[in-house]
Every structure is written in structure tokens, then in C-alpha cells.
Design a protein around this ligand. Structure first.
Ligand SMILES: [Zn+2]
Length: 62
């Protein structure tokens, strides 16, 4: 029984804080999981906004 309890705690499903009807969800520790539809949208959004994030660790090939 204890083994099963530990397994359940380790699954993402057990820690969902917000779940949307499309399948996206956010866990209590801030992890977002997007459905296939919104995952692609989020990827495009991040790529389009990445210059504004002020990340300074671009490795340039020479
Ligand atoms: Zn979604």
C-alpha cells in the first residue's frame, strides 16, 4: 500500500492545480504541460518573444 502511495505522489496528475478543457494543465509547483495544439502555439510565441527575454547566453558558432 505504501508503495502505491509513493507512486501516486510522483505522478504529475496528482499535483495538478489548474486543468483546462483542451488538455493543458498547470501543476502546483509551476510546471505547465500543454496539449498538442497549444504546445505549438506556445513554442511559436516563445520564439517570437525570445529577444525580449534578455537571455545572454547565446553560443555563436565561429
Ligand atoms: Zn491546450
Amino acid at each position: 500500500m505504501a508503495k502505491k502511495s509513493n507512486y501516486n505522489r510522483l505522478t504529475v496528475e496528482g499535483d495538478i492545480q489548474t486543468k483546462w478543457i483542451c488538455g493543458c494543465f498547470e501543476t502546483v509547483d509551476g510546471f505547465f504541460r500543454f496539449c498538442s495544439q497549444h504546445g505549438e502555439l506556445m513554442k511559436n510565441t516563445i520564439v517570437s518573444q525570445i529577444d525580449k527575454l534578455d537571455m545572454t547566453t547565446v553560443v555563436e558558432e565561429k
